[in-house]
Design a protein around this ligand. Sequence first.
Ligand code: ACO
Ligand code: ZN
Length: 226
Amino acid sequence: QNDDDQLVIDAGQKQFGATTCNSCGMLYSTDSPEDNFQHTQFHQRFLDTIKFVGWKKERVMAEFWDGKIILVLPDDPKYATKKAEDVRRIADSELGFQQVNLSSPSAAKTYLFINSDKMVVGCLVAEPIRQAFRVLVQPDKPKDMTKDDFMERHRAWCCSTMPEKAICGVSRIWVFSLMRRKGIATRLLDTVRGSFMYGSPLTKEEIAFSDPTPEGKLFATKYCEN
Ligand code: ACO
Ligand code: ZN
């Protein structure tokens, strides 16, 4: 099996009995009882977590034809902070984060993208920071590297040793798998830049991504060059 086959499976096409649930987005094999069981376990819990009933007081930061972005702050009512935390946990488990604690929970701002079907399909956690280390450009994948080596290297990163001034750290950014490539992450970040510091919009340079995934890196690179 070569790399191309693998990419096809990753993209979620129906292959070798693998299927992507078109409501929760889980990729599983319908032929495997174990997979079916895991899917059943995950499915409802996931949909309940991203369900958004609407709140009496919502801090609406932006509105779009296909949804809106609301901001949740640490001192908000319990139902709001709980929703933010539950969605963050989903993002964390997808990112493989072990530790669910934030570096500065009392200052963390959670931006949620709610779509027109009343689901939280995007989540961004932003925290105030003072400095960041610029990620250095990586050479292309060498011929003798396997895909896993390559991914591992991209995770490991290569950073400048010189700190640069930054104001806002993005410690999590996550978009529901079935809703990706629709500009949701872009709109979340644009909204953060416009609202993180009252009265003074942030430049792209003043935003830093903490420990990004390969996907996060592709997104951040694209976002920062525009
Ligand atoms: N591969 C290549 N380019 C990409 C990808 C990708 N997977 N995702 C985004 N881009 C680039 C594209 O150029 C895209 O524009 P295009 O669709 O017109 O080509 C541009 O970025 C803007 O993409 P958006 O639609 O705004 O991004 P999206 O809403 O799909 O969210 C995200 C991107 C958040 C990385 C999403 O894929 C995701 O949730 N992935 C899993 C979780 C994750 O890895 N998060 C980042 C962790 S790092 C951190 O949290 C600090
Ligand atoms: Zn499902």
